[in-house]
Ligand binder design. Structure first.
Ligand code: SF4
Length: 510
């Protein structure tokens, strides 16, 4: 199979260095913004938007948790988290789901494990690299993993522990890859920086140069729930999907460089690994909308078909699905048309969801993104954002790192017919306000025509079966005062200060 995709723009991953760095510094990403989609687009075209700090913020997710939970799902890798025990709460979060997923797929993950060095007060004064080395060696002795990832924490980062040096020494001793993951929580307010840190470690220490090309397409996703459906679709294009990185082995990851293409189901998730594989090994990264709804699935599949030289086959799949599902989708659209929605999600999935909702005739009254990347690692702005910004209707837009206290203000002010989120902890606040909400947990819920049909009926179910939400809201006392609820959601955002530097800029000097 011949692949010829020129790289048209400068590539910007930081593969040559020891760490990927924070998105704020690398991509100009922000966590504080309040305005409209069009204004955001205009600001992005002029090197902005400028990040806005908050004078009040609730806890959000740390990028260390993001990086290490992602790598925890590799079936034969061990994680050594160099930090206080509290940081390793991530292990508890993934323990059940990783075993259940591996069990459902018949995979043996008994060589995976998550341990912590349990740094204490004296370690913060005297350092603990000897402990780290001992724990890494003991972890290898107990689990016999095919790779060990050493995860950083704020504490190990603040005192400047030499994770790279320990990783190098231990790798020499045990003979398997030992990869430091530089995911110190304080370095970025954007938890997606943790995806990049994990992928940087995999690209730098696990992926090997290709020995040959295989008819495999890397699918960068979270949990691969559409495994069966995509395997069937890809077979018609003459390739097999390799769903990364959950439920893969270190051996499979080491051969990502031998695949004929990479696609992703979330631009936020896929940017660093997709661009990195292209930059270092020439594996084409298909830059398209994500495969949700009609426009997304069409762009995604034709984009892959083009790279594989299988556009005709891709079009045949699209025509077949369209014929099977579109009439049934059109039956439900009149029941959804005119509904008013608020969307609160990460930017990658959120922009795609807004586009899908518009395909169903649903009006967007506000979108809250948990951060905003004005560009990805190839220097281009996200395709899913450009499509919306170039479209007809503008709407109110804000960026917050999952600040639910602001979401409550937005929901109370806009009173939408439905709230869409991907995080249950956010969804529940809409329901407490009496607003029906749909939590799109499964990343493939709206995959293609079939997914759009299922999704349309899910939305209809939620807006027509309101009794649970209404009962809940009648019985719940909100923890907010009337004063709070009367504020606009940007109340605690500091004004933009021209020329001011963000924390990250001060930290990194960028
Ligand atoms: S790495 Fe930092 S932000 Fe993350 S859990 Fe540990 S102390 Fe908290």
């Amino acid at each position: 199979m011949s692949i010829d995709v020129p790289i048209e723009r400068p590539i910007r991953t930081t593969l040559a260095g020891s760490e990927s760095g924070a998105r704020e510094a690398r991509l100009g990403s922000v966590t504080g913004y309040c305005g409209s989609l069009r204004d955001l687009s205009a600001a992005s075209g002029c090197g902005g938007p400028k990040d806005r700090d908050r004078c009040y913020t609730q806890a959000s997710l740390c990028n260390s948790a993001c990086a290490l939970s992602l790598t925890s799902y590799i079936v034969d890798a061990a994680i050594v988290h160099h930090g206080p025990a509290g940081c390793a709460v991530t292990a508890m979060g993934v323990a059940n789901s990783k075993d259940q997923l591996a069990g459902a797929l018949g995979l043996d993950n008994s060589r995976s494990g998550y341990v912590c060095t349990d740094m204490g007060e004296s370690d913060t004064v005297f350092g603990a690299v000897d402990t780290l080395r001992d724990v890494a060696l003991e972890t290898y002795r107990r689990y016999r993993p095919s790779a060990v990832f050493i995860g950083a924490s704020c504490v190990s980062g603040v005192i400047g522990e030499d994770l790279d040096g320990v990783a190098r020494d231990v790798a020499e001793e045990i003979g398997v890859p030992v990869a430091p993951i530089h995911c110190e929580g304080f370095k970025s307010k954007i938890w997606a920086s943790g995806f990049d840190a994990a992928f940087h470690a995999i690209l730098s220490h696990v992926v090997r140069p290709p020995e040959r090309t295989r008819p495999v397409v890397n699918v960068i996703n979270f949990f691969g729930s559409a495994r069966e459906e995509l395997t069937g679709i890809f077979a018609e294009l003459g390739v097999e999907p390799l769903f990364v990185i959950s439920n893969t082995s270190v051996e499979q990851l080491s051969r990502l460089s031998e695949s004929v293409a990479t696609v992703s189901t979330c631009g936020t998730l896929g940017s660093y690994l997709g661009s990195g594989l292209e930059e270092r090994y020439g594996v084409p990264y298909v830059r398209s909308l994500q495969p949700y709804g009609i426009a997304g699935f069409t762009d995604w599949l034709l984009g892959l078909g083009r790279v594989l030289g299988k556009e005709t086959e891709a079009q045949t799949i699209l025509d077949r699905d369209r014929a099977a599902c579109l009439p049934r989708i059109e039956e439900v659209i009149p029941k959804l048309r005119g509904l008013r929605a608020v969307v609160g999600m990460g930017p990658g999935y959120g922009f795609n969801t807004v586009r899908v909702l518009r395909e169903l005739g649903i009006e967007i009254v506000h979108q809250a993104a948990w951060h905003y990347d004005r560009q990805y690692d190839d220097g281009r702005s996200p395709a899913s954002f450009d499509v919306l910004a170039d479209g007809a209707a503008d709407y109110s837009f804000s960026v917050s790192d999952l600040q639910n206290q602001e979401i409550v203000n937005i929901l109370r002010r806009t009173r939408p017919d439905i709230y869409f989120s991907r995080h249950p902890g956010s969804t529940v606040w809409a329901m407490k306000l009496g607003i029906p909400a749909l939590c799109i947990v499964d990343e493939y819920h709206v995959l293609g025509y079939r997914g759009l049909l299922t999704f349309a009926y899910s939305v209809l179910d939620v807006v027509t079966n309101r009794s649970f939400t209404e009962n809940l809201s009648r019985r719940v006392k909100l923890p907010y005062t009337d004063w709070w609820l009367d504020q606009n959601h940007d109340h605690f955002l500091a004004p933009e200060t021209p020329g001011a530097t963000t924390d990250e800029e001060e930290l990194t000097g960028v």
